[in-house]
Design a protein around this ligand. Structure first.
Ligand SMILES: [Zn+2]
Ligand SMILES: [Zn+2]
Length: 151
């Protein structure tokens, strides 16, 4: 879902406007944290990343950004939800390695040839089932290198 010529901030602003929410300086600072982050973050990690962010407002603003489709919540088996920029905002399509022991999440990408084969396969499934789709999610669940070594 590429938006013509906009960077992450202007796209975030557009999406918030679509749900009648303003792109406040606090929300902007929050999005900036995600732009700079190399991987999905837990709420405590987000708060630690910018000292000017207060816990209560981060929680509320994350919920607003999530509802507007700016931030994506990754559901894992542990208690800590992790958040990242929605792919429509980051423009970075990727998959995740999710550790079911410690809950860590790392991004990875598939070779473009494999990615387009997967996309074709999924498009075929969707078409046969009369399902309309514009995105897919596919993550590996298991044990990260650290947890595998610790055991
Ligand atoms: Zn782990
Ligand atoms: Zn993919």
């Amino acid at each position: 879902m590429p938006t013509a010529g906009g960077d992450a901030h202007s796209q975030a602003e557009e999406r918030l406007a679509a749900v009648d929410a303003r792109y406040t300086s606090k929300r902007k600072a929050l999005v900036e944290v995600f732009i700079r982050s190399k991987r999905p973050m837990t709420l405590p990690e987000v708060i630690a990343a910018n000292a000017s962010l207060a816990q209560s407002s981060v929680y509320r603003n994350l919920a607003t950004l999530e509802a507007a489709g700016v931030i994506h919540r990754i559901v894992t088996s542990d208690d800590h939800a992790r958040f990242e920029l929605a792919e429509a905002i980051s423009g970075h399509h990727h998959h995740h390695l999710i550790c079911s022991m410690c809950g860590s999440i790392e991004d990875f990408t598939l070779h473009p040839r494999v990615e387009s084969a997967v996309a074709r396969e999924f498009a075929g499934v969707a078409e046969r089932r009369g399902f309309t789709t514009n995105a897919h999610q596919m993550d590996l669940i298991g044990r990260c290198a650290e947890c595998a070594t610790a055991e």
